[in-house]
Design a protein around this ligand. Structure first.
Ligand SMILES: C[S@@+](CC[C@H](N)C(=O)[O-])C[C@H]1O[C@@H](n2cnc3c(N)ncnc32)[C@H](O)[C@@H]1O
Length: 156
């Protein structure tokens, strides 16, 4: 429904994994007859499903979401038509850096930026039986810091 309403011309996903979500987004664009393009970035494209790998409609890009200047340089971004829908789907990328990068490089009023897994209690629900308690604590801390960041971002 959001896709149909927004009619995004550029979708940028950080975190491709098997490529399932990128293919789904591309299928949605086709179904809604939206002339948009999907870019799906992952630091490790080896996990892409074969069907995704062979789907020429999606632009899978190998790169580090913590180094967006290299993956999606400002000049490249300036050529991507708006409305942008940016979906951050990896806990391994610094949310502050991501927000700042797009904010300083073309994000416009009306564009959408979705940060997945931001529920404060997500680490607790994932935590049952997780052996590395230090990793759990780091995750909880990162989530708490991110919530402060969103608040600062939203207030400005
Ligand atoms: C939750 S999965 C993405 C799931 C996918 N969007 C879906 O819905 O099917 C997270 C992905 O982020 C990738 N990733 C981890 N660190 C990254 C980084 N620094 N930059 C880009 N991608 C990263 C992982 O390789 C993994 O494939």
């Amino acid at each position: 429904m959001l896709l149909s309403e927004l009619q995004p011309k550029t979708i940028i996903e950080i975190g491709a994994f098997t490529g399932g979500s990128a293919i789904w987004l591309t299928d949605c664009l086709e179904i809604f007859k939206i002339a948009g393009t999907v870019y799906s970035i992952d630091i490790d494209l080896s996990m892409l499903d074969e069907k995704a790998r062979n789907d020429s409609r999606v632009n899978f890009v190998k790169g580090d979401g913590n180094n967006l200047g290299e993956v999606l340089p400002a000049e490249k971004l300036s050529q991507l038509p708006h409305l942008w829908l940016i979906i951050q789907d990896t806990a391994m990328v610094d949310v502050t850096g991501l927000l700042e990068y797009f904010h300083k490089n073309g994000l416009k009023s009306g564009d959408y930026l979705i940060i997945e897994d931001t529920n404060k209690w997500v680490w607790d629900s994932w935590g049952g039986g997780w052996k590395n308690q230090e990793e759990m604590e780091n995750g909880r801390q990162k989530m708490a810091n991110s919530h402060q960041t969103y608040q600062i971002f939203l207030n400005n």
